[in-house]
Design a protein around this ligand. Structure first.
Ligand SMILES: NC(=O)C1=CN([C@@H]2O[C@H](COP(=O)(O)OP(=O)(O)OC[C@H]3O[C@@H](n4cnc5c(N)ncnc54)[C@H](O)[C@@H]3O)[C@@H](O)[C@H]2O)C=CC1
Ligand SMILES: NCC(=O)COP(=O)(O)O
Length: 347
């Protein structure tokens, strides 16, 4: 018999000086009838912020210890639960403070624990400031890599997706072969084994988590004009094309490598479920141009469900006070996580 309960979504509120706490509160409050969002952050700070946003918003703080003792308390959907992860330093909106870096990381650890303990069904992360975590003394390149490490997953794939919109006649999904690393390290990071595994992860997750029966993946080249037959770089000939052939031999519907500058045309996208780009800005620039503020970042290949927004901490907006940040992407991230969680719950 299908389980009719609402999916429970752990929401890490991100960098406290950015827009993460505000968009988390707003989106959680707006969607609380469709799912149960559980915010993870400093309860006192979130209560103060919620009151500033809209005094009718009701939050219910609970300590991590209480969660560990008794799990999530029942609610009537008229309050949003907050698992308290206290910050170390007073927050000034728009001003980063590395003293809070480790507390932000703790929210991720608590989110993972929540799913692993069965308190929550999925994780949604609000944006954090990668540099602040590093300044706090922890090497950190992104949620994607951190969650892979925390869950002992050898390889994950970052994919951003958006629905059709006035600029885009159909949904667009862009996955990345490499994520957060300096551009000069990208070519060496494109290795045959990992690239093949990336294609397999995309194929498997689009089937299993997104219900696409036969995913079609278009792969970009790395170099201009996909290497121009080796005259503008050899990665296409030496690595990417042979891996595509391997993937095809395994039954995957993968093709390429295509020149990245012309691949994102409607006539090609209409025949694709996902574009696999070789590096961060090659793929995400296109997606964000088509849908900034409406997209969702999904980590593929993880044992748990994790989505996030398509934007960063927007310190410039946070510094102006509440009411300037758009919650569109946060709402998409929450809805996507809830839909993926429902698929799991019904299994
Ligand atoms: N999921 C995550 O944790 C992510 C974190 N970041 C982090 O964010 C930090 C700042 O990154 P930036 O490159 O400055 O990008 P950003 O996305 O924070 O800001 C870029 C521009 O978009 C605007 N913007 C961003 N979100 C908006 C929203 N919800 N509503 C209205 N306008 C919005 C900002 O005002 C700014 O003009 C970096 O440290 C980066 O690592 C960036 C992307 C994702
Ligand atoms: N540009 C995407 C981004 O920076 C988000 O990364 P992550 O923190 O979700 O790994």
């Amino acid at each position: 018999m299908p389980d009719s309960r609402l999916p429970v979504i752990a929401v890490t509120v991100g960098e406290p000086a950015g827009i993460g706490p505000e968009i988390s509160i707003r989106a959680a409050w707006a969607l609380r009838q469709q799912m149960r969002p559980v915010l993870i952050g400093d309860a006192a700070y979130l209560a103060m912020l919620a009151n500033e946003i809209d005094p009718s918003i009701r939050l219910m703080g609970i300590s991590l210890q209480a969660m560990r003792n008794a799990g999530l308390p029942a609610t009537d959907q008229q309050r949003v639960t907050v698992i308290d992860c206290p910050l170390n330093a007073h927050v000034i909106a728009g001003q980063l403070d590395p003293r809070n870096g480790r507390a932000v990381l703790q929210t991720l650890d608590v989110a993972v624990e929540s799913v692993q303990q069965g308190w929550c069904d999925a994780i949604v992360t609000a944006p954090l400031q990668k540099s602040t975590i590093n300044q706090a003394g922890v090497r950190f390149s992104g949620h994607t890599e951190y969650l892979a490490e925390k869950t002992q997953t050898p390889q994950v794939v970052m994919m951003l997706a958006c629905d059709a919109n006035p600029q885009l006649p159909q949904p667009l999904r862009v996955a990345l072969a490499t994520t957060h690393l300096p551009l000069r390290e990208v070519p060496d990071a494109i290795r045959s084994d990992e690239l093949l595994r990336t294609m397999q992860i995309i194929d498997a997750d689009l089937r299993q988590k997104m219900g696409i029966a036969h995913p079609r993946i278009l792969v970009t080249g790395l170099n201009p004009h996909a290497g121009e037959n080796g005259y503008l770089g050899r990665e296409e000939i030496d690595i990417i094309a042979p891996v595509i052939a391997q993937a095809q031999a395994l039954g995957l519907q993968v093709s390429g490598p295509y020149p990245a500058d012309t691949l994102f045309q409607q006539k090609y996208l209409a025949q694709a479920d996902c574009v696999l780009a070789m590096y961060h800005d090659q793929g995400l620039t296109v997606l964000k141009h088509a849908s900034f503020g409406l997209g969702v970042n999904i980590t593929l290949g993880l044992s748990l469900i994790r989505t996030s927004v398509d934007h960063g901490t927007a310190l410039d907006l946070a510094a102006q006070g509440v009411g300037h940040a758009d919650t569109g992407s946060m709402q998409v991230a929450l809805r996507t996580a809830a839909a993926m969680a429902m698929t799991n719950i019904k299994k």
